[in-house]
Design a protein around this ligand. Structure first.
Ligand SMILES: Nc1ncnc2c1ncn2[C@@H]1O[C@H](COP(=O)(O)OP(=O)(O)O)[C@@H](O)[C@H]1O
Ligand SMILES: [Mg+2]
Length: 265
């Protein structure tokens, strides 16, 4: 029998402010030790999905109104966000929400807020090992470059010693060179530290290059999923996300294989 996935999102609905239905029966699985990508156009509901998992929806008047979320086989929907961090899930928010008027070091210490052990200091050294540039930056985090802020946001997540990191558009606003650097580090965190990663990205090419499995969502639902290899080869994914320039962006629903898949279901 197949082992239970580390994270299982089962048919969830999410409503904001009691009325706005954003996720409509979304399901996905993230197996232990893997990188899974969640792709989709702006407004599809990717960030909402991550916030439903991390419990941060609560801070935005959002609520999971149907379905269930399981982490290590236990229900986590409805639990307070800091308890979810304690269980081993850490979300790196979109737009790298670091604390601008604190130093790098203070930001990193914040990431360890749930910990009571005495290895925080050696973990800070480990973070600097992944991001050597952060060690040299002694000023306020607000003065860091975009790439350094993204690295700090990831470093802060590491300080919580998470089992699962939810990463929301780490490539946003970064130069192609920095995107490569950040993705190389995400891959290393997975390989060297064994951290499982759910990666939300609009940069589908980069995401599919490091993920083993991927989901494509549109309008609050998964419309396509498969191995990263299969999706990178899929004509519709190529046309919609990987191709290109000048190509008119249709709704994914009108594309060929989505219709084919619908017919099979
Ligand atoms: N706090 C909120 N209150 C009301 N609607 C929201 C809120 N956050 C997001 N939405 C709406 O939910 C939909 C999905 O948003 P989001 O999850 O941010 O999509 P994505 O991350 O895929 O771009 C959008 O239509 C957005 O306007
Ligand atoms: Mg988003």
């Amino acid at each position: 029998m197949e082992a239970a996935p580390l994270l299982e999102v089962n048919n969830i609905e999410v409503v904001y402010n009691d009325v706005i239905l954003v996720l409509r029966g979304l399901s996905l699985k993230v197996p232990q030790g893997q990188i899974v990508a969640l792709l989709g156009a702006n407004g599809a509901g990717k960030s909402t999905t991550l916030k439903a998992i991390s419990g941060l929806l609560k801070t935005e008047e959002g609520e999971v109104t149907r379905g269930e979320i399981r982490f290590a086989c236990e229900r986590i929907d409805g639990i307070d966000p800091h308890m979810i961090v304690r269980r081993g899930i850490f979300q790196v928010m979109e737009g790298r929400r670091i604390v601008a008027d604190m130093t790098c070091l203070e930001n990193l210490r914040l990431g360890a807020f749930t910990r009571t052990d005495n290895e925080v200091k050696s973990d800070i050294d480990r973070v600097y090992g992944y991001f050597p540039r952060l060690r040299e930056r002694t000023g306020l985090a607000g003065y860091l470059s975009g790439g350094e802020q993204q690295m700090l946001a990831i470093g802060r997540a590491l300080m919580a010693r998470p089992k699962l990191i939810l990463m929301d558009e780490p490539s946003m606003g970064l130069s192609p060179l920095l995107v490569k650097e950040v993705f190389a580090i995400i891959r290393r965190l997975n390989e060297e530290l064994g951290i499982t990663i759910l990666l939300v990205e609009q940069n589908a090419r980069m995401a599919l290059s490091i993920a083993s499995y991927a989901y494509v969502m549109e309008q609050g639902k998964v419309v396509l999923d498969g191995t990263a290899e299969a999706l990178a080869d899929n004509e519709d994914v190529k046309e919609f996300y990987l191709g290109g320039h000048g190509a008119e962006r249709k709704s994914f629903k009108n594309l060929k294989s989505y219709k084919r898949r619908k017919r099979w279901l």
